[in-house]
Design a protein around this ligand. Structure first.
Ligand SMILES: [Ca+2]
Length: 350
């Protein structure tokens, strides 16, 4: 275990403030975006109580050093992951053995699309399809490699190896502890690519450039997530949750570099533009869109990229909504610093 507290790794540029305001699920690989209230260490959340981040001045991460809510630190003792470790953790009262921090094992804290960490003896391999190694391996490099070859799963191991596999493989896979997949990807220091004899497995739909979503809820990631989106991206996703009259979106990550990289939300029937966001016009945390077919389109220009977005969607049944509430919530959730003219253009006649 070479992860040393104080090793500063900026995984997320953004930080949200206080617990309770946003969902507790994690949308990054390592729970860097966890803002839930779990404040005990493993096992099973019944371990030691965490110390308050405003009472840990002798350690590297505390609110005196990071007073602006960086990484979700604040006057609370909930688990966070400010340094890009494998999962959220917290400081604890130092033991005689000198242990002063511990992991928090938060069950909901896994990026959707991340299947888990599994043992891989290599004989037979945990994922039995195509494989390769790369000194530039990232999670998305492996996902793309396996997606192109028609596999359902992509597995990263030992920082540099990529394996592809199908449902049948996973039936026999033996789960390993989440923290055992702790090796940095050779191609990206902020991502973890399995471990020694441990394979981190992903669904290849994460970071795809297109998709049709018909489940009542789900998560859409920008192209190549968790890597940065590429130059000249042109991707779109169609949401058609059954029995809904509106779609609620919650942006968990929105890292768009400039105004030339743009996410558009359109009504799938009329193609009317419902909202658009870019590097200068960020969405609020929640959005309600009055359509049962929503099309998301993302385009980027050749210059300057960033991580992109992770947006969770949820279908809202017809009975729960009125026209008035659509408008109110859209207005509340759009943060458009432009004129009121362009604002009404975007909102249309809701
Ligand atoms: Ca750009």
């Amino acid at each position: 275990m070479f992860w040393i507290r104080g090793f500063l790794l900026l995984f997320l540029g953004s930080s949200t403030g206080l617990q309770g305001e946003v969902p507790s699920e994690c949308f990054t690989v390592n729970g860097a975006d966890y803002r839930g209230a779990q404040n005990h260490t493993s096992p099973d959340g019944r371990g030691q109580p965490c110390l308050y981040w405003n009472q840990t001045q002798k350690h590297a991460y505390n609110t005196a050093k990071y007073p602006n809510g960086e990484w979700g630190l604040g006057s609370h003792n909930a688990c966070r992951n400010p340094d890009g470790d494998v999962q959220p953790w917290c400081y604890v009262l130092e033991t005689e053995e000198g242990i002063y921090w511990k992991y928090c094992d938060i069950p909901s804290c896994h990026m959707p699309g991340y299947i888990g960490c599994f043992l891989d003896s290599g004989n037979p391999p945990a994922l039995s399809g195509s494989s390769g190694t790369s000194s530039k391996l990232t999670i998305q490099v492996c996902i793309r490699y396996c997606r192109k070859r028609g596999y359902k799963f992509a597995g990263v191991e030992a920082g540099c190896a990529c394996f592809c596999g199908s449902e049948g493989d996973l039936r026999w896979a033996r789960p390993a502890g989440a923290v055992e997949c702790d090796q940095v990807c050779f191609g990206k220091a902020s991502e973890l690519c399995g471990g020694d004899g441990r394979i981190g497995v992903y669904d290849v739909s994460v970071g795809a450039c297109q998709g049709n979503f018909s489940a009542p809820s789900g998560v859409i990631y920008s192209p190549d997530f968790p890597d940065d989106y590429g130059p000249d991206s042109n991707c779109s996703w169609v949401l058609r949750p059954p029995g809904s009259s509106a779609v609620e979106l919650r942006f968990q990550i929105f890292e768009i570099r400039d105004p030339n990289d743009r996410l558009e939300l359109q009504d799938g029937h009329s193609r009317r533009l419902l909202a658009q966001f870019d590097g200068h016009h960020r969405p609020g945390p929640g959005l309600l869109l009055p359509t049962d077919v929503l099309v998301l389109s993302f385009r980027s220009d050749p210059l300057l990229q960033a991580q992109g977005f992770a947006v969770a969607y949820r279908a809202t049944p017809a009975a729960m909504m009125s026209k008035k509430s659509f408008k109110t919530r859209l207005e509340e959730n759009q943060r458009l610093p432009e004129s009121s003219e362009s604002r009404s253009r975007l909102l249309g006649e809701v």
